[in-house]
Structures are given as C-alpha cells and as structure tokens.
Design a protein around this ligand. Structure first.
Ligand SMILES: NC(=O)c1ccc[n+]([C@@H]2O[C@H](COP(=O)([O-])OP(=O)(O)OC[C@H]3O[C@@H](n4cnc5c(N)ncnc54)[C@H](O)[C@@H]3O)[C@@H](O)[C@H]2O)c1
Length: 345
C-alpha cells in the first residue's frame, strides 16, 4: 500500500506514501530544503542530503506571517538559485503552508515538494495547493493556490509527534471517512495508534478527487469543511487552547448530532458514543454557545448578504452517502452545540 498513489489523471501533485524517507523521492534536478528544526535529527538519521541554501527554521502559528518569509527569499536569492530549482518543504502544516507560499513568490514561482510531517498536514494541509500566511484580521488571509509538484508522506515522522498532535490530526482522517458517510472506516481510523497506510491512502485519494474537480473551492471542495463550521468557532472561542484537529473532532460530533436533529438519517448509536468517548477529555475546553456564536457568524463560510446574511453554509454527514451542503440559521448550530455537550457530559 506504500509507494506512489494512483490519483485522478492530470492531478498536479504526485503523491508518495512511504514508511520512511528515501533519497529517490527527492527532486531530480537542483533543489534546496526549508525544514522545521525539530525534524533535523530524523532527516540526518536517514542520511538524506542538505544542499547549500538549506534552512532549518522554527515556525509556529504566531510567526506564520509575511515578514517571516522575507529572509528566506533573500537567502535563496543570495545562494543563486534559478527557476529550475525545487523547494522541498519539510514540517507541519504551518511550515508547508509558508513554504508553498514562499515557492509561489520566489522568482515569481518555482516548483515545490511538500514533505508533511504531522498527521494533520499529511492528511490535509500538504495536498490541495492552498498556501498562505495569517494577517492580523485572521488566519490564512494572504496566500496563493500553488500546488506542490510532489507530496511525500512518511509514516516514520509520525512516531515523534506529541500524542496530542497525533490524536488531533486523527480527526481530519475521520472527517474523510464521514464525508462518505462511512462509520466503519471512521471507527477503524479512530482505533489506529499510527494510521495504517490504507487509512492515509484512503484520505489522500478522496481529497485529491475532490480538489481535482473543484480546485478553487467553488462547490464540492467545500465538503472538506465538514466539522469545521462549529469547529472553527470552538477553536477561536477557546483562545486556541483547543488544537485545530480537536476542534474539528468536536465539530464532527456536533454535525452528526445536528443532522439527526434535522430529521436526517443518523449514524449508529455505538459510533456516536465512541466519538463522544474520545472527545470527552476536551469537554472542559468547550466554551458556551454565547462565546462561540460571534465566531460562527464571522466565519468566511457565512453566506452573502440580505436574506441569506444570517445563514451559515453547513456540511452535514449522511450515513452511507456523500455529505450534503445546506444553508442553516445560526440557531441550528446552537442546537448542535447543546446536543454535542449533552453527549460529552
Ligand atoms: N493548506 C491547507 O489546505 C491547510 C489545511 C489544514 C490546515 N492548514 C494549516 O496547517 C497548520 C497546522 O498544521 P499542523 O497541525 O501540522 O501544526 P504545526 O505545523 O504547527 O505543527 C505542530 C507541531 O509539531 C511540530 N512537528 C512537526 N512535525 C513533527 C514531527 N514529525 N515530530 C515532532 N514534532 C513535529 C511542529 O514543530 C509544531 O510544533 C495551520 O496553520 C493551518 O492553517 C492548512
């Protein structure tokens, strides 16, 4: 199951799923490395090269800003790289988002390879072409669509991830199974300590299919926001004491509860209980609805103006079928928040 994944014809990113880093998955021509310092021991232990121009950096959500990119660009220009060079970005979603944007800017755009090293970035951030940095007004508000030519996901990197980051990233995997309404795959994903290659391949293929059909998020790609509607609001209201993936997990449970409350078919009770059990340790970080509501309304997925102004574009999972998109009033999400809390109690 490891190796090169078969993806839709014409998909701009070649995806390699590996047990551990391998030299033959590096770019064929000139390249340089932009990498998270925390990965240096693993990279060096693998005996992989560090070409001149390599930068080992420390980034986090707070430094995911445009000024952080400038010294990198200066450094590569100084090193004399040309347009035929490829940037290899090694790290979590913060690093790959920033590396991808730096690649889009350097010499008006060079090729790049994403080497995501967190579960969240292997399943989500590393694939799909969205790159970016934060502005004072919000997350990821400056960026570019610039797909990596290759994504290399190595399971060995996941072994050094803090357990909390691993558990948080798992919810993005579960999301991909729930997108197809498949509770049994979702359950299997919840049980795997380090996700099996089959689970990673399932999520990557499904994301690639969706992104390929709707690269600029005009329709189907919005489905990938399953769990994010309330998730983003919970994350922001918690003052980011909830990790993104944790908030998505809570948002998934809320979306499942809401679908049921709206009269749609519900997922098996045992599955909902298992989700709630896994999420219960986060209950203390869930803020009351009164603190979440404003964030939910401000979210970029709130619809246009006029009659729709107060409606939120929401994604609801359906057992056995693809999730659906529905415009809902915020009070529906208030109900979802209550139902989720009841299950967490
Ligand atoms: N582009 C997209 O489509 C997309 C999708 C989802 C999320 N994102 C972005 O991804 C970011 C979050 O990414 P993340 O969850 O990977 O967080 P992150 O990049 O902040 O990484 C989490 C922590 O793990 C460390 N780390 C990374 N790999 C490690 C490893 N193998 N072993 C030990 N430590 C390691 C990092 O240094 C960091 O401290 C957010 O900025 C979000 O906006 C982008």
């Amino acid at each position: 199951m490891t190796g090169r994944l078969t993806l839709p014809q014409g998909f701009p990113t070649e995806v390699m799923l590996l047990e551990r880093p391998a030299e033959d998955s590096l770019p064929e021509g000139p390249w340089f490395l932009l990498a998270d310092r925390k990965l240096r021991p693993a990279w060096e232990a693998s005996g992989l090269p560090q070409p001149p121009g390599t930068l080992w950096v420390e980034v986090d959500e707070g430094s995911k800003r445009l000024p952080t990119l400038l010294p990198w660009l200066e450094h590569w220009a100084e090193a004399g790289y040309h347009r035929d060079a490829t940037l290899v970005a090694l790290g979590g979603g913060v690093l790959t988002d920033m590396g991808g944007l730096a690649a889009a800017l350097f010499l008006r755009g060079i090729s790049w390879h994403a080497w995501p090293t967190t579960l969240l970035s292997q399943v989500d951030a590393g694939l799909g072409g969205k790159t970016g940095v934060n502005l004072a007004a919000g997350k990821n508000l400056a960026g570019a669509f610039h797909s990596p030519a290759r994504m290399v996901a190595c399971r060995s990197f996941l072994r050094t991830l803090p357990p909390r980051d691993l558990a948080a990233g798992r919810w993005e995997l579960v999301k991909m199974a729930l997108l197809d309404g498949d509770a049994s795959i979702a359950l299997r994903m919840l049980e795997e300590a380090i996700p099996e290659p089959e689970s990673l391949a399932f999520a990557l293929r499904r994301k690639a299919e969706i992104v390929h059909r709707d690269p600029l998020e005009h329709g189907e790609r919005r489905l990938l926001n399953l769990g994010h509607t309330l998730g983003h609001a919970l994350e922001a209201a918690s003052g980011h004491t909830l990790l993104h993936g944790e908030a998505v997990g809570l948002g998934l449970l809320a979306a499942c509860c809401l679908a049921g409350a709206l009269g749609m078919e519900t997922f098996p009770e045992a599955f909902l209980r298992r989700m709630a059990d896994a999420l219960r340790p986060l209950a203390a970080r869930v803020k009351p609805w009164s603190l979440c509501e404003a964030y939910l309304k401000r979210d970029k997925k709130a619809l246009g103006s006029g009659a729709d102004e107060e409606r939120i574009l929401s994604i609801l999972p359906v057992p056995g079928r693809t999730a659906i998109q529905k415009a809902l009033a915020p009070r529906s999400w208030e109900e979802a928040h209550t139902l989720m809390n009841t299950r967490l109690a």
